[in-house]
Design a protein around this ligand. Structure first.
Ligand code: MN
Length: 438
């Protein structure tokens, strides 16, 4: 597991790209997230690294031999339309590429002039899905979320007996994972109004978001060969923001006994930028201590290094902007703010558990963390929790009230890491606007 900072985390390093050095910027030289973009002229995408308000075209940089000490295989992976090949190359090659990009973009770079020719303004490109995502699994790793939701349905017994033993998850739908900026259509589905005797098929009324982080798998494993907990962190390529759109009325009617199905498979939005595991090194923190009386993880989920460094200090926020607020030029309204270090299970434990039966993961597979909620009321990661199942509406700056989302509402997730001794880095934005049902 990568736990040691290196020169790419030097808080004094600056880039020749001036916008990267502005305080509060999501993409300083110490971040260098990966994504994929199109220039609008053709449909084929190119890989890039984010720096300030620019993208560095990695195919162009590799073709001009600007990536020092990066081997041929890595250069070829940089010319692919998506990140999967690079993801499969593993941590040593990822580190070499990050170091090369860092050296290329730093303020005293000897290759500053040719490097600048590989930059394009972010506003001039369209970001697309950064990886071909073959499989998507969504977990339920926040005990605060599980307890808040459980208390709505089982006030006397909010947490089911398996929760503190097994990282709960379900197999999600990869084909409907979309990149930030894609409109999301309100689904129709089968649900039962509480007063009705029989269900009907109609547009969902209880449309919700879920504030999550996604982990993208780097090197996979062979079917039949579990990933040991001590090696699990090394299989994470990076993290993104993830909105697990959820239709609560469809979910309530369909989820027993096999779990979520059509209530969630209509859309999942991710941010275009993958912040690498290596960029997150300065922000690693211990996994939250379990309260006295909780069971310790079983041995296949327990590891000292994971306990010490397996969580990440990432502040995560949700903003809502209605159509009326946009028309009135009213800024987005923050609904919540939480932190990823409040999770009960770490991504390393989720990977060890996911593969413990021999299930294989592949480069580009997506793992959702589950809704990130914390112990405070401010840190509730979905409307189901914030409004207590719709009983306590939220008032927006335009005067309107929300129990669940309305057509035209734009939901934006943001995330950033900010700790003493390190340069603040951000995850960018994960945004989507809900449009009316067909
Ligand atoms: Mn979810």
């Amino acid at each position: 597991m990568t736990i040691e900072p290196n020169e790419t985390h030097d808080p004094n390093a600056r880039s020749f790209v001036a916008s990267a050095n502005v305080s509060g910027c999501d993409f300083p030289l110490q971040n260098l997230p990966y994504g994929a973009f199109t220039n609008g002229l053709n449909s084929c995408s190119s890989l890039c690294a984010g720096i300030g308000d620019q993208v560095l075209d990695l195919a162009a940089a590799a073709s001009r031999n600007l990536l020092a000490e990066v081997d041929d295989e890595t250069c070829e992976a940089c010319k692919e339309p998506c990140l999967n090949s690079l993801m499969g190359l593993g941590p040593a090659r990822w580190t070499a590429l990050r170091r090369a990009i860092f050296q290329l973009l730093r303020a005293d770079s000897p290759r500053r002039t040719p490097a600048a020719e590989c930059l394009r303004p972010m506003r001039d490109v369209a970001m697309v899905l950064p990886a071909a995502i073959a499989n998507y699994t969504d977990f339920y790793a926040s005990v605060h979320h599980a307890a808040n939701v459980g208390s709505l349905f089982r006030p006397e017994n909010p947490l089911l007996p398996n929760y503190k033993w097994v990282p709960i998850g379900y197999h999600g739908r990869a084909s409907t994972v979309v990149v930030s900026g894609t409109d999301v259509r309100r689904p129709r589905g089968q649900w039962k109004p509480s007063a009705a005797e029989a269900p009907h098929y109609a547009p969902a009324r209880k449309l919700d978001y879920e504030l999550e982080l996604g982990a993208l798998v780097g090197v996979g494993n062979e079917m039949g060969e579990p990933i040991p907990i001590a090696e699990a962190s090394g299989h994470i390529f990076g993290l993104c923001l993830l909105n697990d759109w959820s239709a609560r009325d469809i979910q309530a009617w369909e989820y027993q006994p096999l779990g979520p199905f059509l209530a969630k498979s209509f859309a999942t939005t991710i941010s275009p930028w993958i912040v690498t595991a290596e960029a997150l090194v300065p922000f690693r923190v211990p996994v939250a201590a379990r309260p006295a009386g909780d069971p310790q993880p079983l041995p296949y989920l327990a590891d000292d290094a994971v306990q010490k460094f397996g969580a990440v200090d990432i502040t995560v926020e949700v903003y809502l902007r209605s159509a009326a607020m946009r028309a009135a030029n009213c800024p987005p309204h923050r609904l919540s703010r939480g932190n990823f270090q409040d999770m009960y299970w770490s991504f390393a434990q989720m990977i060890a558990h996911h593969t413990s039966n021999g299930c294989d993961l592949r480069p580009g597979d997506l793992l959702g963390s589950g809704t990130i909620s914390g112990p405070s009321a401010e840190a509730r990661g979905c409307l189901l929790e914030i409004t207590r199942g719709g009983a306590e509406p939220v008032t927006l700056p335009d005067g309107s009230k929300r129990t669940f989302l309305e057509d035209g509402d734009q939901v934006t997730l943001r995330g950033f890491c900010d700790r003493p001794g390190a340069v603040r880095i951000g995850l960018g934005e994960c945004s989507g606007t809900l449009i009316a049902a067909r």
